[in-house]
Ligand binder design. Structure first.
Ligand code: SF4
Ligand code: SF4
Length: 397
């Protein structure tokens, strides 16, 4: 048996395997030697060539499956004449389950299909929230999609489309959940399924769903429309458990680590009791996260809608701004009304935005007043972060 190595020599990439840190080169090479997939040998050869010439050689193009205009990120090599095995290295985006939980049987079927048709390399879930299947040729894209689609999976969004959504695990496993993140994401994504598969917007539109202000999904930073669970009434306090905390940790500890760290100083410990001034609570979650046994979210639950979060490009990174402080989300009717509100907002943006303009940028350009009128939303004092401080500014009368 020949002991010839499957991979070609890569003296420059080899340098990246040295040193104390884990190396992506080592991982790729090990897997390529084991799987003997030519597409991976081509990828490694092209990377070596890129380091040698200090130039990147991937370009886009159009690759898709029948009936869809989105979901496959194409990568064609500009040096295919030199490295034919790296001719194509496309990525297929598949929408995840709400809450990112899978059973092993379904995952094995996905992996088997990917082993058969693609490079065998996948990422979960990356910046986009997708199951990303990285490295496939155009010829294999349709058969791979057909196979996973038969299992019930669908392609995710790419380009100027509604993008793949993601939600925290919410009520399935978390006591902080103020609404059903899983069902809400499922229904919202279902409502916009056409816009996921057929890009028709000025630019991308991302939804994320977090069950409470802990925002485990980073929806404020990373989505145009962030739906975050919230409660309206009081934090529930179990004073017997407060007493237990005091006995175990001491009152000084709780004063220093809970009361003093409340951003609005809404907490007081009196004797063995804890008092919260709920009218001053800004729902930061700190006390609930520390004293999980003693404190729980309130009973009047719903969602807050924040809009405009995004990363880089144009005006730079933006956090979402609050546009609806509280929206009841208990019944199917509430969810239907929420989706109608989203429709109004997105239709306005689709008509008003410039090319390649995210919704937060559009609102910033035309002004909050125009946006609120179009969306049929009431202005609220909560939307003002601080009072006017420029004495030279004069309103026009
Ligand atoms: Fe739980 Fe809140 Fe995190 Fe969702 S965002 S998993 S509800 S802590
Ligand atoms: Fe204070 Fe935050 Fe607790 Fe509200 S949730 S009482 S703001 S620590």
């Amino acid at each position: 048996m020949s002991d010839k190595k499957f991979l070609n020599p890569t003296p420059i990439l080899d340098q990246l395997e040295k040193g104390p840190w884990p190396s992506f080169v080592k991982g790729f090479k090990e897997y390529a030697e084991k799987s003997k997939k030519p597409i991976l040998r081509g990828l490694i050869d092209q990377l070596e060539y890129s380091y040698k010439t200090k130039t990147g050689y991937w370009k886009g193009g159009t690759v898709g499956v029948v009936g869809y205009g989105s979901g496959v990120i194409s990568r064609f090599s500009m040096v295919a004449d030199k490295i034919p095995e790296a001719r194509e290295f496309h990525t297929v985006r598949v929408q995840p389950t709400p809450g990112f939980h899978y059973n092993t049987k379904e995952l094995r079927k996905l992996c088997d299909a990917w082993e058969e048709h693609g490079s065998g390399i996948m990422t979960m879930h990356g910046q986009t929230g997708n199951l990303q299947f990285v490295g496939i040729t155009e010829k294999e894209v349709q058969p791979f999609f057909d196979k996973v689609n038969e299992q019930g999976w669908d392609l995710g969004g790419a380009g100027a489309a509604t993008r793949t959504g993601n939600s925290c695990v919410g009520p399935a496993r978390c006591e902080m959940a103020c609404y059903d993140t899983l069902e809400t994401m499922f229904q919202v994504m279902g409502h916009y399924v056409d816009q996921i598969h057929r890009p028709e917007y000025p630019y991308k539109m991302k939804f994320k769903f977090s069950g409470c202000p802990n925002d485990c999904n980073n929806s404020i930073q990373r989505s145009d429309i962030a739906t975050i669970g919230i409660w309206k009434d009081k934090i529930a306090i179990d004073q017997a458990e407060v007493k237990n905390y005091i006995q175990k940790l001491s009152k000084d500890y709780l004063v220093n680590h809970v009361a003093m760290k409340c951003p609005t100083k809404a907490i007081e410990f009196k004797g063995d009791s804890m008092i919260i001034d709920d009218s001053n609570c800004v729902r930061c979650m700190h006390c609930l996260n520390v004293m999980t046994k003693a404190l729980s979210i309130g009973k009047q639950r719903g969602v807050t809608l924040l809009m405009g979060g995004k990363g880089h490009l144009k005006v730079g990174n933006m956090l979402g701004s609050m546009v609806v402080p509280f929206f009841k989300m208990e019944t199917q009717e509430d969810l239907d009304n929420y989706i109608k509100l989203l429709d109004r907002i997105i239709n306005w943006w689709a008509d008003s935005a410039l090319d390649h303009e995210r919704i937060g940028e559009t609102i910033e350009r035309v002004g909050m007043q125009e946006f609120l009128e179009a969306a049929g939303l009431q202005p609220s004092l909560d939307m003002v972060s601080h009072p006017r401080d420029n004495p030279f500014f004069k309103a026009e009368y």
